[in-house]
Design a protein around this ligand. Structure first.
Ligand SMILES: [Fe+2]
Length: 251
């Protein structure tokens, strides 16, 4: 299966001049809606990530109350499944275990890249997985309410969430896709849900894009559409910043 389209946006044009802000924003929105994600590279020191992202919507705090989060390995977390360690993650969409809607967009930007191998953020368009399922089968994912657990890592930090949601949820013209390879509880006998997880992981492993960071690089993705994960790394000083952006409230 071919890889996702590249969706890389440089802050500089071919002549080496900094893109005007309106040109950068226009290209950014085009790539985000066409491909589901954007990787912004060659980011100048003057770039204000937080101000740029605020135009996408309100920041949504994480379960631990953080608005602009720091993703750094926590040394007591290396033994379990948790975002704040150096081990690999498995494919998921963010916020499947939240009670309400998951964040519409997620963004990560790099303060300090991991030296050595690993540490890439990986992504796959969820449509690539859903297109393996007929309309009838997708109806099952709209009508069946599943149980979603939160991670062991959050539990160790005193946050135990769980929620009941379908895999697919329509919101106006948009569809929210929820996925978690390890925390969607597959009910006994639900072959479709078992196949969703199995094929989701297989397609992810074959076709994901892997984003390797340089300092200040930023990725933004549509979390109602894209799955993401992370490769393992060694460098304990890798440091990313992270925000979740809520869907606009529709009256
Ligand atoms: Fe995540």
């Amino acid at each position: 299966m071919p890889k996702l389209p590249d969706s890389v946006l440089s802050c500089f044009d071919v002549n080496g001049d900094l893109l005007p802000e309106d040109v950068l924003k226009y290209a950014f929105h085009q790539l985000l809606s066409n491909n589901g994600y954007v990787q912004v590279v060659d980011v100048p020191e003057s770039f204000d990530h937080v101000a740029f992202l605020k135009e996408l919507g309100d920041f949504q705090p994480t379960p631990t109350g953080t608005v602009v989060g720091d993703l750094k390995p926590e040394s007591d977390m290396d033994d379990i499944y948790h975002a704040q360690n150096r081990r690999p993650l498995v494919p998921h969409t963010e916020g499947y275990e939240f009670r309400g809607l998951p964040p519409r967009y997620l963004s990560l930007w790099c303060v300090k890249p991991a030296s050595g191998a690993g540490g890439e953020t990986t992504m796959l368009d969820g449509r690539r997985v859903l297109e393996e399922f007929t309309e009838e089968e997708q109806r099952h994912f709209r009508e069946t309410v599943y149980h979603w657990k939160s991670t062991e890592g959050l539990a160790r930090r005193g946050v135990a969430l769980d929620a009941e949601h379908p895999v697919l949820e329509d919101r106006g013209d948009e569809t929210v896709f929820r996925f978690s390879f390890n925390n969607l509880v597959v009910p006994e006998g639900d072959e479709l849900a078992a196949r969703l997880l199995r094929r989701g992981k297989e397609i992810y492993d074959e076709s994901h894009v892997a984003v390797r960071y340089r300092a200040r690089d930023m990725i933004v993705w549509d979390n109602w559409r894209m799955m993401h994960s992370r490769n393992a790394f060694d460098d304990p000083t890798r440091h990313l910043k992270r925000v979740q952006i809520a869907a606009p409230v529709v009256a």
